[in-house]
Write a protein that binds this ligand. Sequence first.
Ligand code: GLU
Length: 484
Amino acid sequence: MSEVRVRFAPSPTGAPHVGNIRTALFDYLWARHTGGKFILRVEDTDQKREVENGLELIMASLRFLGLAWDEGPDIGGPYGPYRQSDRLPLYHQAVEELVAKGAAYYCYCTPERLEQMRKEQQARGEATRYDYRCRYMAADECAAHERAGDPKVVRLAVPREGTTTLHDFIHGDITIANKDVDDQVLLKSDGFPTYHLAVVVDDHLMKISHVMRGDEWISSFPKHVLLYEAFGWEIPQHGHVPNILAPDKKKLSKRHGATSVLQFRDEGYLAEALLNFLARLGWSLDDKSELFTRDQLIQTFTLDKIEHSPAVFDHAKLDWMNGYYIRQMSDDELAHRLLPFLTRAGLIADHGTARLLAPLVKERVKKLSEIVALADYLFADDLEYDSKLLIGQKMDALATLAGLRAAQAVLEKYSEYAEEEKIEVELRDAAEKLGLKNLQFFGALRVAVTGKTVSLPLMGSVQILGREKTLRRLARAIAMLEGK
Ligand code: GLU
C-alpha cells in the first residue's frame, strides 16, 4: 500500500458534533496504525454557514482528545494551503481543464429560470434536476452571454448513458445509472467552488489515500466518482461511516443533551474515556473488548472492523467508562484534572487541597463536574442545616451534645489534622466511654462538620477543613443543641 494519507475536513460551522469527531478519530487511528499522515483541512467555501471562531473550536476539540494532525492550516505542510478559501485558483484551474475537455460547461441560467424549472418539474411529479439547457447551447449564444458579462456557473457534463460503480469499503459496491445523476454545479457564480468540486480537487492534490466521512455524504458520492472520472484521476478509497444515533434511534442532536466534544469536556468527561467511547461507536475489535487505551486503539484499529449499521450513543456506558478511567488515575493526576472544576465553581484554586480531595472522591464520581456538589460544604463559610439532623436514631439532644463535646475535646488537642488515623482512634475511644455506638457518635459529628448526613469521608473532610473551621462548625452545632 502506498502511504496512507487521511484527512479530516470539517466546515467551521460551530463546535464540532461528536459524530464528526468520531470520524476524525477513525482517520487519526488509521493514520497512526499505518504510519501514515493525518491531515486537517478546513472546508470553508460556504461562507454563509461559517462561524467566527469555527476553526478554533475544531482544533480545541481535536487537541482535547490528543488527535494531533501532521498537516493543517496552522502548521502547513507539503500540499497546502489547507483552507479551501485560500485555494480558489486551484479550483479555477481544475474547472478550466474540464471545460477545455468538454467534461464541464458554463451555465448562464438565472436563478429565476432555475426556480421556474424546478416548480414545473415538481408539478409533473419529477425529481428536480438541471434540464441541460446550457449544456447544448450554440457557440454564438454562449459568446453573447460572455459579451454581456452574464453571471455563470460551471456544471459537470455527466454522461447520460451507462452506469457507474462506486466502491465503498464499509458499504460495499453500489451501482448507479448515470442518467440519474444531476449535472451538478462545480463552480458558483461568485467564483467559489461547491463542496463537490473542492473535495475532489483537494483529495486528489493532497494525495489522500482514504476518505472517511459521515453517511450523510453517500448520496453525493456518485457525483464525486463521476468527477474523478472526468478528470481522469485515480479515486481514493472511500468509506461512509454510519451515523451516531441517540437511544431513541433518531440522529443524535441537542435534544438528547451534549453533542459536542467540548460540551462533554466541560461536563467533566475525560479525554481518555471519550476517546475510548467514540472509538467503540461504529468500530469493534471483537464481541467482548470494551476498554482500549490510545495505544491499544492505534495497534488494533483496522478499516474492516468499522460497522455497517449506525451506532447508538449510550450515555450510561460513557458514564461507566468515565468512572473507570477516573478510578485508574493517580491521585495527583486526578487532582490536576479536578482543579479547573473547583476553580470555575469558585471553591478553591490550590493543587494541595485538590490532592487531598482526590482519593476521597475517586470512587464516588462518574464525571469531574460532580466534584462541586460533593465537596461544596468543605468551602462554605456557614453551613445551613436543620439542628434536628444532628440528633440521630435512638439519640436525644443530651446524648448528642455529650458526644459532640467529647469530639470537640479530642479535636482541640491537635494543632492540625494530618494524622487522621490517630485522631479517629481517639474519637472512637471517646464514643465508647460515653456508651455511644460509632454510628451515633460519628453521625452527629458528620452533620456538625459537613451539614449533611451523607458526605465524603468524615476524617478526610476534617483534614481538609483544618482545625479552625472544624472547631468553629462544632462549636456552632453545640450551641444549636444548647438552644443558643
Ligand atoms: N466539510 C464536510 C463536512 O463538514 C466534509 C465531508 C468530507 O469529509 O468530505 O461534513
